[in-house]
Write a protein that binds this ligand. Structure first.
Ligand SMILES: [Zn+2]
Length: 297
């Protein structure tokens, strides 16, 4: 019992240290890029918020970190003076939802999957590291509209289909299809080229298969991090998840320990290109956890 108490205290200490390291960052000034039709990117700290403009209102997906919220609004205003009226959070991770409160105070309404609102309401602990990944958010940050399977939004000349894919990067992922502009915002389902967190490898592959099936050779795919890509890059990431999950599963079946699995480099063939963000070690550790526990929970 004593040992458990010590490790819990250590975990809390590690968690508070992690937050301390997050705080002093300066706001980013951001940049915008047109994508297609009326779809634009606002880039802050290497993360793509996507905004759709018409003459009167703006639909924004992802509010980045709280420290960047005002600059995010200001840079969107350089493209269109219309107000941000609707926000989509593709999932609950902190870099996607930090500006929610700011935009709510300026009249916006936020929509998410129902699990995003549930998870934002309580402390979220990363089970692999035992660190608090997201502390419970104040009510002012919480999405006001939640969906289960998805929604269709008619916004000016654009039709935006919002689809939930269960158990992929999280249990709350939404992907946005800008049908008239042939643009897909993949949300947490793609960071290019970087290993993203995997909540459930099987669900993640199924989700990517479904997104790939809706894309053609001209579709512009916006990842959460990285440049605008296409269907081929979704396929590349889909195949990596499948291959690395199979490699880690085989090593688990051989009775290897986590340290032996990391040493065997289960993502080795991809690491040079993909290992610059989340490290190969962390990717292997995450994959080992989900394959031995079912999901990230
Ligand atoms: Zn995420």
């Amino acid at each position: 019992m004593k040992k458990i108490l010590i490790s819990a205290a250590t975990a809390m200490l590690l968690a508070s240290t992690a937050f301390a390291a997050e705080e002093p960052r300066e706001p980013d000034l951001g940049r915008t890029f047109p994508v297609a039709g009326n779809v634009h990117i606002a880039l802050f700290e290497n993360r793509n918020s996507v905004f759709l403009v018409d003459d009167e209102r703006i639909l924004l997906s992802e509010t980045n970190f709280e420290r960047n919220a005002e600059n995010l609004r200001n840079i969107i205003a350089t493209v269109s003076p219309a107000p941000v009226e609707l926000i989509i959070n593709t999932h609950w991770h902190g870099d996607h939802i930090g500006g929610n409160k700011f935009f709510h105070e300026h009249g916006a309404v936020t929509l998410s999957h129902e699990n995003t609102r549930i998870r934002m309401s309580e402390d979220q602990v990363n089970p692999v590291t035992n660190q608090v990944q997201l502390p419970a958010q104040a009510p002012e940050f919480l999405p006001m509209v939640t969906v289960k399977d998805g929604a269709v939004i008619h916004w000016g000349d654009e039709t935006v289909e919002i689809v939930h894919y269960p158990d992929a990067h999280t249990d709350s992922d939404l992907v946005l299809y800008y049908d008239n502009s042939n643009v897909i915002f993949a949300g947490g389902l793609l960071e290019y080229p970087a290993y993203a967190g995997v909540y459930d490898p099987e669900g993640f592959v199924a989700a990517l298969d479904a997104v790939i099936a809706r894309a053609d050779e001209n579709t512009k795919v916006i990842p959460w991090q990285g440049p605008v890509v296409g269907r081929a890059e979704l396929q590349e990431w889909r195949d990596i998840i499948e291959t690395v999950a199979a490699n880690v599963s085989a090593l688990i079946a051989e009775g290897k320990t986590i340290d032996e699995i990391i040493a065997a480099k289960p993502s080795g063939q991809y690491d040079e290109k993909w290992g610059g963000g989340r490290t190969p070690e962390r990717f292997a550790r995450d994959m080992h956890y989900v394959l031995t526990h079912g999901t990230r929970d």
